[in-house]
Design a protein around this ligand. Structure first.
Ligand code: OFO
Length: 170
């Protein structure tokens, strides 16, 4: 039977992953409405990934004899000043998620739940990748500055990046 404190921490992480999925969905929709189809595709895909992270947690909690709580969805931010605003907020969101993942790992260690600790290592690695990707995108945005041509190419690059893994286009 899963430790109650660990179950609580995991259910809190379910909320965070669901909120991430919603936040990126809103960003994707904004990008689509603003003619940035590549960025939209990338963010739609990212939103789907966050939902998969949530599902991974839900299934694990239930498999371990706990009870996953499916959270209410809050309305995320729907208006953005531009592409820089979106990716700045995405990066700071991911940095926060990393902190939260580490909190869960901390609870696992305190409660000596080595099984969940092992399970959480996937999320620890995933966060390293997500933060690196977001930082890489921010570097590109800094390079582009206010160059419209640069933004056009950046949008196309993100489209290519998304279509590699996104077969059933959104
Ligand atoms: Fe779930 O990895 Fe981003 O937030």
């Amino acid at each position: 039977m899963i430790n109650k404190k660990v179950e609580k921490a995991l259910n809190n992480q379910v909320i965070i992953e669901a909120a991430s999925s919603q936040a990126y969905l809103a960003m994707a929709s904004w990008a689509e409405c603003n003619g940035l189809n590549g960025i939209a595709m990338f963010l739609y895909e990212h939103s789907d990934e966050e939902r998969q992270h949530m599902l991974k947690l839900v299934k694990f909690i239930n498999e371990r004899g706990g009870k996953a709580i499916i959270p209410q969805l809050n309305q995320p931010t729907n208006t953005f000043k531009g592409v820089r605003d979106i990716f700045t907020s995405l990066l700071s969101h991911e940095i926060n998620v990393t902190k939260e993942i580490h909190e869960v790992v901390d609870v696992c260690l305190k409660e000596k739940d080595y099984t969940t600790h092992n399970f959480m290592q996937w999320f620890v690695s995933e966060q390293i990748e997500e933060e690196a990707l977001a930082r890489n995108i921010m570097d590109k945005i800094e390079l582009i500055g206010n160059d419209k041509g640069g933004l056009y190419l950046f949008d196309r690059d993100l489209e290519k990046l998304s279509s590699v893994t996104n077969n059933d286009s959104v």
